[in-house]
Design a protein around this ligand. Structure first.
Ligand code: SIN
Length: 490
């Protein structure tokens, strides 16, 4: 059931059932889970609380459908993805409203997320036609070696609440492009974005069984995916802890696994940087989605000679951010996703404060109440504090001081995470040196925004395995096979 109060134009996008083998259906036992709006705790609706049986039904359908989909030509696969790209953009406002209602994101950011999600369908509709093989010279005079790339098969896909549309699109677009099928489990907080995408995929011409959405019990659905012999690959975006669990669970059947996990991004400002641009970049990198992205700046390192100036300007900007319901167009920071998120943010602030950090703005739950929290800035932060070790996933910016290039590189790399890093400098040689020495999958140089469908998104160390988006984004959904051709004699 979907609440009648949800105000969107195209009500057909509001689907309150799972999508399995082209059919909309409930959980076998009829149970469902409630979805609420984090901005006001209002009920948005409920979706089926499925488990292993429904997941297996979807996997079986996906396996059957994939055998046929793999035989279609690249142009056909490209064309349905192009349709989906257009449909997403035609429904951009409604889809963005769903994101804001489920996840609390400011509407301007939700509109951006839909454009971002749609861009993956466009990008991979183009890449579908460029899955090239190779012809390798023979190792004997009568031999040639032919390399072909084939779809891996059924993909189990588990997606997070912080980008409920874009993260799903970033996974299913390359899968569908190369001839795979997908069984997706969206986050329980934001399932309506996924069922809306399934509805549009049907209109776009994605055949039944190729894209399935199963909502419900994470443990049961996840286990069904990792243990099923017909699931050949698992792709997950979310916490490092869950990623490690999925990796272990996939080991028995040796599945290919792609993981986009937690981050703890350093944001370094050298004293030769354009300060105004650095402040602006840091505000975007920190407060995007209320600090709830894996690539958010978590540790802002500022060279000592500009520390006070930077901190003052940054504090000023942070304190001007408008907090409110994401549906209000003036809102720049929405609510956090849950009470647990509020608790983590409060713990990090409390720990830093007790160890001598100074709160220059914010520091408390917002006067709006509920899950709203003040944009917060901490100065005088040291490497011993909890916030310098753990991902905060909230609107708290700790500012550290540093003296030298080598020192800050060491401190920035001193973490098990390795997703995104940022730095600001106008020195060309330093730009190369630092970019190369940061142990991260992605580096933003003089920018606080690095996300685009055209670049390979992903991390090193405990931040993940594999890359999403870009020309590399198809690799994780393909197997390489070589054919040795013999008997080519004169
Ligand atoms: C994430 O937070 O996991 C993804 C953010 C992005 O794609 O920009």
């Amino acid at each position: 059931m979907v609440a009648e109060t949800i105000n969107i134009k195209n009500k057909a996008l509001l689907k309150d059932q799972c999508y399995i083998n082209g059919e909309w259906m409930g959980a076998n036992d009829g149970s469902s889970s409630e979805v609420t709006n984090p901005a006001n705790s209002e009920r948005l609706g409920s979706l089926p609380n499925c488990g292993a049986d429904e997941a297996i039904l979807a996997i079986t359908a996906a396996n059957k459908a994939q055998k046929i989909w793999a035989k279609t030509d690249a142009k056909e696969r490209s064309s349905v993805l192009k349709n989906l790209h257009h449909l997403m953009l035609e429904n951009q406002m409604d889809l963005a409203t769903i994101i804001t209602l489920e996840g609390g994101k400011p509407i301007s950011e939700s509109l951006g997320e839909i454009a971002y999600a749609a861009s993956f369908f466009e990008w991979f509709s183009e890449e579908a036609k460029r899955v090239y093989g190779d012809l390798i010279p023979g190792h004997q005079y009568d031999r040639r070696t032919l390399v072909i790339k084939q779809p891996i098969g059924v993909v189990g896909c588990i997606t997070p609440w912080n980008f409920p549309s874009a993260m799903l699109a970033r996974k299913i677009a390359p899968a569908i492009a190369v001839g795979c099928s997908v069984v997706a489990k969206p986050a329980p907080e934001t399932p309506f974005s996924a069922t809306a995408m399934a509805y549009l995929s049907e209109l776009a011409g994605v055949p039944k069984g190729i894209f399935n959405v199963v909502t419900g019990d994470a443990e049961k659905i996840g286990s069904a995916m990792t243990s099923h012999k017909d699931v050949k690959k698992i792709t997950f975006t979310g916490s490092t802890a869950v990623g490690k669990h999925l990796l272990k669970a996939s080991a028995d059947s040796v599945k290919k696994v792609s993981l986009e996990l937690g981050g703890h991004a350093p944001f370094i400002v050298f004293d030769d940087a354009n300060l105004e641009a650095a402040v602006e970049g840091a505000v975007i990198a920190k407060y995007r989605n209320s600090g709830q992205t894996c690539v958010c700046a978590n540790r802002i390192y500022v060279q000592s000679s500009i520390y006070d100036d930077f901190s003052q300007r940054f504090t000023e900007k942070a304190s001007e951010l408008v907090v409110g319901n994401g549906l209000d167009e003036s809102t720049q920071q929405g609510p956090l996703i849950s009470e647990n998120a509020i608790e983590k943010v409060s713990n990090h602030i409390e720990d830093a404060k007790n160890s001598g950090a100074i709160i220059t703005t914010g520091g408390n739950p917002h006067s709006l109440g509920g899950l709203f929290f003040e944009p917060t800035v901490l100065t005088g932060v040291s490497d011993e504090m909890l916030i310098s070790k753990e991902e905060t996933f909230g609107p708290v910016a700790p500012i550290f001081s540093f003296e030298t290039e080598q020192e800050v590189i060491e401190r920035a790399n001193n973490t098990p995470y390795g997703l995104a890093a940022y730095f600001y400098t106008t020195d060309l040689a330093k730009s190369w040196r630092v970019s190369e020495q940061l142990d991260y999958g992605m580096v933003g140089l003089n920018t606080g925004i690095i996300s685009t469908e055209m670049a390979p998104f992903g991390g090193v160390k405990e931040s993940g395995i594999g890359r999403e988006g870009s020309k590399y984004g198809v690799d994780d959904y393909l197997e390489i096979k070589y054919v040795s051709l013999a008997g080519i004699e004169d």
